[in-house]
Ligand binder design. Structure first.
Ligand code: TRP
Length: 334
């Protein structure tokens, strides 16, 4: 607990182009709840190298993501926004925690199984211990809450198990974190296959709206979005395409599905798709403008990156020192 506020940690990988799904499902909620917590929002570039990356591309995307955090409305003076690789404690704690994590636990992780199947030519040890690094991220800052999507719940459960296990042996060293399940952090589906999550790794670019898509592209993608033959704007599971469009519309306008059904009662899909596209453009446009301003301001961004990395390094060191002492590493001579 710092400044009387609970601590919140979350992170995103700098791989792929961020989508509207990442924004409405995660980033936007981070902004909404950030005031209530002492926050750490990391660009987890160390996790990214568990699959092969092009170095220049990784560097570029990491900076884009960090800039987007700020453009989305996270004030970098109040929120610790930083690159994971700039803070040495992540790797150091990760090693220690890996000695408190069982092979059996890691082999049960569904993300590992999925990624190992997808990258069969590169099933490296880092891919396997990925969840330990994630546990280190969270426990380093004694986070109380961690906003995560359903797909990361298993990793968070493991983090809790590791923290409990460690605390049982050494006393109360770690705060045991809770998942923060947002008030319906909208789950956005693909515009082309509405039963699949909108994903930055989708091969079909028409399925996803990217945060940097220009207005014409956004409108065009919505015009092409897959619907059904019912021709009525109804919020029902039987109409997954329309349901997804309603979710997107609601997340962008603050309206409820019922209000949306009423608004488009008797209207065709053409009108509705146009309205959804426009609602999305009006959310993305200001974000893109801020992004452009920020990325043109190199000195300002560099200053933020430096100051926040120092802050994160300082705060994480407190936990790391405590852990090193507990497990019996000799004290450094200063
Ligand atoms: N594994 C998370 C994901 O892919 C990213 C992540 C890394 C993370 N460390 C974290 C999320 C710590 C929350 C807390 O989505």
């Amino acid at each position: 607990m710092l400044d009387g506020k609970k601590t919140l940690f979350s992170g995103m990988q700098a791989t792929g182009n961020l989508t509207l799904g990442n924004y409405l499902g995660a980033l936007k909620n981070w902004v909404t709840i950030s005031d209530e917590y002492q926050t750490f929002f990391s660009v987890v570039d160390m996790h990214s190298i568990t699959v092969r990356q092009d170095p220049a591309e990784l560097r570029k995307r990491a900076r884009m993501l960090l800039t987007l955090y700020i453009a989305a409305g996270l004030d970098p003076e109040k929120n610790c926004i930083y690159y994971q690789s700039h803070v040495s404690g992540h790797a150091e704690l990760s090693w220690i925690l890996s000695c408190f994590t069982y092979m059996g636990e890691l082999s049960r992780m569904t993300q590992f199984k999925d990624k190992a199947a997808k990258h069969a030519d590169n099933i490296n040890a880092g891919l396997f211990t990925y969840p330990v690094l994630m546990a280190a991220d969270i426990l380093l800052y004694q986070a109380d809450v961690v906003p995560v999507g359903i797909d990361q719940m298993q990793h968070l459960e493991l983090t809790r198990d590791i923290a409990f296990r460690f605390n049982n042996i050494y006393g109360d060293v770690f705060t045991v974190p809770e998942a923060y399940i947002g008030k319906a952090g909208a789950k956005i589906m693909s515009l082309q296959e509405p039963k699949k999550k909108m994903s930055k790794s989708d091969e079909n670019p028409n399925g996803s709206i990217y945060l940097m898509d220009d207005p014409d592209t956004v409108i065009r993608k919505f015009k092409r979005a897959v619907t059904d033959s019912e021709a009525s704007v109804r919020y029902r599971d039987e109409q997954p395409g329309i349901k997804n469009l309603i979710d997107i519309y609601c997340a962008c306008t603050g309206k409820t599905p019922q209000e949306t059904e009423r608004e488009f009662d008797g209207k065709g899909y053409g009108d509705f798709k146009m309205a959804v596209g426009e609602a999305v453009v009006s959310v993305l446009k200001p974000l893109q403008d801020r992004y452009k301003d920020l990325s043109g301001n190199k000195d300002y961004l560099d200053g933020i990156i430096k100051a926040n990395a120092e802050k994160a390094q300082y705060l994480s060191n407190k936990t790391l020192r405590k852990v090193q002492k507990k497990i019996g590493f000799p004290e450094k001579i200063r």
